[in-house]
Design a protein around this ligand. Sequence first.
Ligand code: ATP
Length: 374
Amino acid sequence: MARVVIENLGKTFKGPKGEAISAVNNLNLTVEDREFLVLVGPSGCGKTTTLRLIAGLDEISTGNISIDGRVINTVPPKDRDLAMVFQTFALYPHMTAYENMAFGLQVRKLPKKEIGQRVREAAEMLDIKDCLNRLPEALSGGQRQRVALGRAIVRKPKVFLFDEPLSNLDAPMRLQMRKELHKLHTQLGSTMIFVTHDQSEAMALGDRIAVMKQGVLQQVDQPATIYNQPANLFVANFIGSPAINIFQGRILRDAQGLSFQFDTAQDITLNLDRALEDRLQTRIGKEVILAIRPEHISYATPASGANTNWIVSATIELAESMGAETYLYAKLGATSFTVRTAAASSASPGQSANFLFDLHHAHFFDPNTGMVIL
Ligand code: ATP
């Protein structure tokens, strides 16, 4: 069992001029037993600090961290039963892979036989049996990362903490290690907390994802929920590639009902259907932000039929073929947007085309608070 409960956690650092830097602000988060939780957010949002507070490498300013009901705020790092894997791998350069993996167990005075057994088991799991006698300098980046993982695994900790462990690997190796981490998580059945600034890594790895911004937790949920039901504009914008399209506009009312008018193309309005009217009733005459993912805008065809209210004519600026799909970059007034289409496109820059905006998959946000309008 290893359930990590973080309550009202805060960390304030002192800046160079004595000013307070709030790195983590009133964080409440529970990581369930055996869960793979990914903490994600842009640089400086407080992910690493959160991990370091859990590991005991920094002292907490406010709040509590407990594991399985035991508050660990003041427990020394070595007694927390956690293992941390760093971005830099942090291997001892003068020790072989075997010695690097065995070191922590030797310090804990485990019998030699058991150490050997645990190292061999981990090496088997990570497919680095043939590398055990080599120094780190004679290992590839991927192999070094495996040794760093092995060093954590042999300790059989309650909780694994990963601080951007894949970011020093090249792209193919990163993908490979992602798969292996998945496998490892299933095999070990341990609780894992993984920090990254890469949203696609978060989406691929997390049972749940916690999105942070400026020390504040924005949303925590399963990847699909974060993607499809973002709680605010920041989350909508941070998660997903290509990024979600954002249009500023306002809700109008006329004889036909409610519609969304684009700020930068005021002659274009999208008539809202009943369900959207109900949601946006309170926003009549007010500014709102319409956010729609690139895959929810498509070429309008005669089959678009019933949704002709949601067709917009825009100018294509660029078509980028990605093989299986094409990204179209288009412009509506002064606002650029991206369309992700499966079809190969013969569109040429400057050409105008009709696009269907599938508003059933669109999100509306309050421009002042950034919060989703429900
Ligand atoms: P990155 O992805 O760049 O590692 P992060 O999300 O992990 O960023 P943190 O390293 O946790 O962010 O930093 C959060 C904030 O706290 C930042 O503003 C950072 O400058 C500040 N900070 C972190 N450590 C210290 C420190 N030891 N002293 C002062 N400020 C710090």
